[in-house]
Design a protein around this ligand. Structure first.
Ligand code: NAD
Ligand code: TDX
Length: 355
């Protein structure tokens, strides 16, 4: 059992981090939350409006790879707990600019680990201190049509993003084995839900459908992803943070596998329904484009350790989660317009012109 007192949340202005803070800050008023985020294109303080004035929340703008800043935060705030979300998170961007992924995901993680080790000392008491690293299923590589990743699947990252996250996981494990730092890691499947930046498949489909623009499907749309509603990810993180065993890895998944094409068709039909368009109409926007280089074929996770040891279960089916997500985007058009700005359009042109 871990009892958090002062929690450093990194990347709390991004998609999953902001959903996590919106869930946790009101739920644990006695716990202090400090959000360290450098506000890249993916970070947005608009996401945090509902908690920005909460007495147990504060925001610090800064880079996780800035060692003096991170060490000062540990010293000045008496941080007991780290929940580390901050990352460059988009695979296609990692193919264009890999080095920024190494700097944030790998060097940034080691910078935080070093600050935690200096502040807490070797063999810190796991009841008081905990370093929780948020990672991804992509570290395990690509599955064929059968089988599942488990906690003991060997690492086999295949994109620069996955390689930078795999390296960070290895460092977190090394700090556990070498210094006894009380760490825990979770590797999660594809998330979707409110506040996700429209470079990722689901919000990109919603944005393009609203604008009647082509919906790019890589290759034949046969690649398989395992989808999890972000609010279910947040309850899993809460469980692992408070009750997960130190030194352990937990896989997080709701077991919702879909081929990309099927997922996009289901999503477009839901959008039509919610907009009062004839259902099926938006499917004509689907456009097959050149495949992603090194595109992992399938991800699927076996989450039995999380379910059995910690009693977690998802609350949303894929259909429910997708509907909630569509409704959220339709009622937050101002958010979508704010993030789909000129730099997003420039990225989009660069990414999809080549295809
Ligand atoms: P995101 O891109 O939406 O948000 C990342 C946040 O980190 C942004 O607020 C950004 O400003 C911040 N950030 C980036 N570089 C930083 C730096 N150097 N210093 C401080 N802040 C920095 O990402 P997300 O989708 O919310 O992912 C969060 C974490 O979850 C990542 O570690 C990612 O690898 C992991 N993850 C994501 C998914 C998914 O489907 N989105 C699935 C599994 C794991
Ligand atoms: O325009 C698109 N067309 C398309 O066919 C985009 C953006 C994606 N795709 C495909 C590629 C993938 O097979 O859809 C699938 C999902 O793509 P992304 O949303 O880019 O996610 P993915 O590459 O699977 O990685 C995600 O899951 C694991 C997150 O971005 C990572 O941060 C997380 O670690």
């Amino acid at each position: 059992i871990h009892r958090p007192e002062v929690v450093l949340v990194t990347g709390g202005a991004g998609f999953i981090g902001s959903n996590f803070l919106l869930y946790m800050v009101p739920r644990y008023p006695e716990v202090q939350f400090i959000n360290l985020d450098s506000l890249t294109y993916a970070g947005n303080l608009l996401n945090l409006r509902d908690i920005e004035d909460a007495p147990n929340y504060r925001f610090v703008r800064g880079d996780v790879a800035d060692a003096p800043l991170v060490e000062r935060l540990f010293r000045e705030h008496g941080i007991t707990t780290v929940v580390h979300f901050a990352a460059e998170s988009h695979v296609d961007r990692s193919i264009m600019t890999p080095l920024s992924f190494v700097l944030t995901n790998t060097v940034g993680t080691v910078t935080l680990l070093e600050a935690a080790r200096k502040a807490w000392g070797d063999h810190a008491d796991p009841e008081r201190f905990r370093f929780y690293h948020i990672s991804t299923d992509e570290v395990f590589g690509s599955l064929g049509p059968e089988g599942y990743f488990t906690e003991s699947t060997p690492y086999n990252p295949r994109s620069p993003y996955a390689a930078s996250k795999a390296a960070s996981d290895h460092f977190v494990r090394a700090y556990w084995h070498t210094y006894g730092l009380p760490v825990v890691i979770s590797n999660c499947s594809n998330n979707y839900g409110p506040y996700q930046f429209p470079e990722k498949l689901i919000p990109l489909v919603i944005l393009n459908a609203l604008e009647n623009r082509p919906i790019p499907i890589y290759g034949k749309g046969e690649n398989v992803r395992d989808w999890l509603y972000v609010r279910d990810h947040c309850t899993a993180i809460e469980r692992i943070l408070l009750s997960g065993q130190t030194g352990q890895t937990y896989l997080v998944s709701a077991g919702c596998e879909r081929k990309n094409l099927e997922l996009v068709q289901q999503l477009l039909d839901l959008i039509d329904e919610e907009l009062g368009r004839p259902v099926g109409q938006s499917r004509r926007l689907i456009t097959f484009v050149k495949d992603r280089p090194g595109h992992d074929f399938r991800y699927a996770l076996d989450a039995s350790r999380l379910r059995e040891e910690l009693g977690w279960a998802p609350a949303y089916t894929l259909e429910e989660g997708l509907r909630e997500t569509v409704r959220w985007y339709l009622t937050h058009r101002d958010w979508l317009e704010a993030v789909a700005d000129a730099s997003y359009r420039a990225y989009y042109e660069k990414q999809y012109a080549l295809r």
